[in-house]
Design a protein around this ligand. Structure first.
Ligand SMILES: Nc1ncnc2c1ncn2[C@@H]1O[C@H](COP(=O)(O)OP(=O)(O)OP(=O)(O)O)[C@@H](O)[C@H]1O
Length: 251
């Protein structure tokens, strides 16, 4: 079943000062099936974050369509978009974006509180905390945590509303290799439970955990690799080959 459909997406940024235009996305089209785990790769400036921000409804495309569950997001009002983000999307960022003035538990509760949907919140928190291995951190504050711990909390906050899709912008970008591996195996675990995930990354190693990798170049989807039956190691080699042969090795 198609969950997300991106059609002929174009995004131009106009510079008011220099009066020039940057085409961040020229013509991007792809579909995401429910339960997929997709990594988006491309060299710096290729438009990965722009694409993710348009899907996240944080940025407006110049033209084209984005539909989630057949609902066209490019036509929703600002007010409806805020509710849409809250109810349907989960976000994980490179720099965690936790609120330092709130405990770990309250950070995870926050999306439920904003949605006025706090029924059963303790049970949801406890279940996530067990899966994420953060039971002992719930009364701590984000500034007391390591990067890996912060990202596990951020995943809890992203998933507490059962979002249709989990969006990650370089979710392992600020982590060392051990913590990156832990976060990626959590992504894989949730994906095995049918959580749809779309993640932007520079890292071939991170992308090798995904089931499909899309390469963005010249503002378009230039190439894609399905993992199929490849092991992570085989997928990593395939991604590295693609980066060398197709993108010139500069992702
Ligand atoms: N708000 C903005 N105003 C003007 N130009 C922008 C803006 N945001 C992005 N751009 C330009 O759009 C292009 C794509 O940027 P984007 O951040 O999406 O790339 P990226 O692939 O995520 O890069 P990186 O990997 O370095 O984060 C770049 O040329 C960038 O300079």
């Amino acid at each position: 079943m198609t969950l997300l459909s991106v059609g002929h997406l174009k995004k131009e940024y106009r510079s008011k000062i220099k009066n020039n235009t940057v085409v961040a996305l020229a013509d991007v089209s792809f579909d995401v099936e429910k339960g997929e785990f997709i990594a988006i790769m491309g060299e710096s400036g290729s438009g990965k974050s722009t694409l993710l921000n348009c899907i996240a409804t944080l940025d407006k495309p110049t033209s084209g369509n984005i539909a989630l569950n057949n609902q066209n997001l490019t036509q929703l009002s600002e007010k409806k978009l805020a509710a849409f983000r809250r109810d349907h999307l989960g976000f994980v960022f490179q720099d965690f974006n936790l609120l330092d003035t709130m405990s770990v538990a309250d950070n995870i509760y926050l999306p439920l509180v904003l949605a006025k949907n706090t029924k059963g919140k303790e049970q949801k928190l406890n279940s996530l905390a067990t899966q994420l291995g953060i039971q002992d951190l719930l009364n701590k504050y984000p500034y007391e945590l390591s990067g890996g711990q912060k990202q596990r909390v951020a995943i809890g906050r992203a998933l507490v509303t059962n979002p249709d899709i989990l969006l990650g912008d370089e979710p392992t970008g600020a982590l060392d290799s051990k913590n990156s591996a832990e976060i990626l195996s959590l992504f894989e675990k949730y994906n095995q439970q049918q959580q749809t995930i779309l993640m932007v990354t520079h890292s071939a190693l991170a992308a090798s955990h995904a089931r499909r990798v899309l390469f963005i170049k010249d503002g378009k989807v230039f190439h894609q690799i399905y993992r199929g039956n490849r092991t992570e190691q085989e997928m990593l080699l395939t991604i590295n080959d693609a980066m060398t042969n197709i993108l010139g090795g500069i992702v």
